[in-house]
Design a protein around this ligand. Structure first.
Ligand SMILES: NC(=O)c1ccc[n+]([C@@H]2O[C@H](COP(=O)([O-])OP(=O)(O)OC[C@H]3O[C@@H](n4cnc5c(N)ncnc54)[C@H](OP(=O)(O)O)[C@@H]3O)[C@@H](O)[C@H]2O)c1
Length: 331
């Protein structure tokens, strides 16, 4: 199959290209080439999608297209340029398209945000833009040839956000010997989908012409479940020191991701269902997932191979965690 990846030089897109190559397909990626190199064996066509034109790939025929873009203009232009030349279109969307994240076990019937043609990276703006992207693809290509995969948290090697790498890495490298600071919220839901599993499934959907609009999420576990898998992956004997979430917030430690955060922690009632979507429809369409411990083992290797001077985008600095543990024990 001739597979066109719109993207392909960053985390998920690179895995999509790799999965296409592993399945024996002819893979072309379109990107500026700023985020990194594409997978070995893929052809890179450089183009800036903020302007019209796709570097000439719009003059070729494609059995399947997989697009990871976040910008509605980029998606609309690609649809316009390629419609009539493609068989199947896979669009990678996000669970942020939903207007409500409070209900665990929710499915694709959850109401969507209003579509946004432009905006920033804040969750609602990002989600609104993805709603507009989904509409462009569904209207322009036709639902009978489109798979929209609304991804939940993606993990594995190449996760530059640092979210899925944090817990195995921190357990393997505690700032205080034998202790790791965690939020006392270990029963909260968590879902991690290995980007390699999503990529392989997207390619299989392109091959089979699978269509639908579905949530692509990892199996539902808890933050405690992620920590247990991270402990197994890291072989760490460090004990979790569970600090009161309110106390952590008072210290300025944030949830989910970013500097001074404890990743994957979502202490807000309005996000109670964010990491607990059913994902049943995607599983029925063939999405399979590897054990979480395998993902965390591989992302730990990736974290350990990262340049030491590259700033970590998520978690706590060693000095900061040491001071926080001291303060928690002393309170
Ligand atoms: N990570 C998660 O947990 C998560 C969760 C839910 C959904 N998602 C979705 O999963 C997808 C992740 O994709 P990804 O990991 O491959 O990363 P990404 O950072 O979204 O990738 C963007 C890709 O598009 C290319 N690109 C960006 N601007 C461009 C432009 N102006 N012209 C041409 N190409 C451009 C980038 O390459 P160049 O910079 O080289 O041009 C890169 O290959 C996204 O759709 C995201 O919304 C992610």
């Amino acid at each position: 199959m001739r597979l066109l990846v719109l993207g392909g030089t960053a985390f998920l897109g690179r895995e999509v290209a790799r999965a296409g190559l592993a399945a024996g397909h002819d893979v072309t990626c379109v990107a500026r080439g700023e985020s990194g190199a594409p997978a070995d064996g893929a052809r890179l066509v450089t183009a800036d999608r903020s302007a019209p034109g796709l570097g000439g790939v719009e003059d070729e025929r494609w059995d399947a297209v997989i697009d990871v873009a976040r910008d509605p203009g980029q998606v609309a232009r690609a649809v316009e340029a390629l419609r009539g030349r493609v068989g199947h279109w896979g669009f990678v969307s996000t669970g942020n398209v939903y207007a409500d994240h409070s209900v665990p076990g929710a499915d694709e019937s959850t109401p969507l945000l209003a579509p946004l043609e432009s905006g920033g990276d804040e969750p609602d703006e990002y989600g609104g833009k993805k709603v507009a992207c989904e509409r462009s693809v569904l209207d322009g290509i036709g639902a009978e040839r489109v798979l929209v995969a609304r991804a939940g948290l993606l993990g594995g090697p190449g996760d530059t956000s640092g979210r899925t790498g944090w817990w195995p890495w921190r357990l393997a490298h505690p700032a205080v010997p034998g202790e790791v600071l965690v939020p006392d919220a270990l029963g909260e839901p968590a879902q991690v989908l290995d980007a390699r599993d999503l990529a392989a499934w997207l390619v299989r959907c392109g091959e089979a012409g699978t269509t639908g609009v579905v949530d692509a999420v990892g199996p539902t576990t808890t933050l405690g479940g992620v920590l247990a898998a991270a402990r197994e992956a890291s072989g760490s004997g460090a004990r979790a020191v569970a600090a009161d979430p309110a106390w952590l917030s008072e210290q300025g430690v944030g949830p989910w991701m970013g500097p001074r955060s404890l990743p994957l922690w979502l202490p807000f009632p309005e996000y109670a269902g964010f990491a607990a979507r059913t994902g049943e429809a995607a599983r029925a369409l063939g999405l399979t997932t590897r054990p979480l411990v395998d993902t965390l083992l591989d992302v730990l290797r990736y974290e350990e191979e990262r340049p030491a001077d590259e700033p970590r985008r998520t978690g706590l600095e060693d000095d900061d965690e040491r001071a926080l543990l001291t303060a928690w024990h002393a309170r």
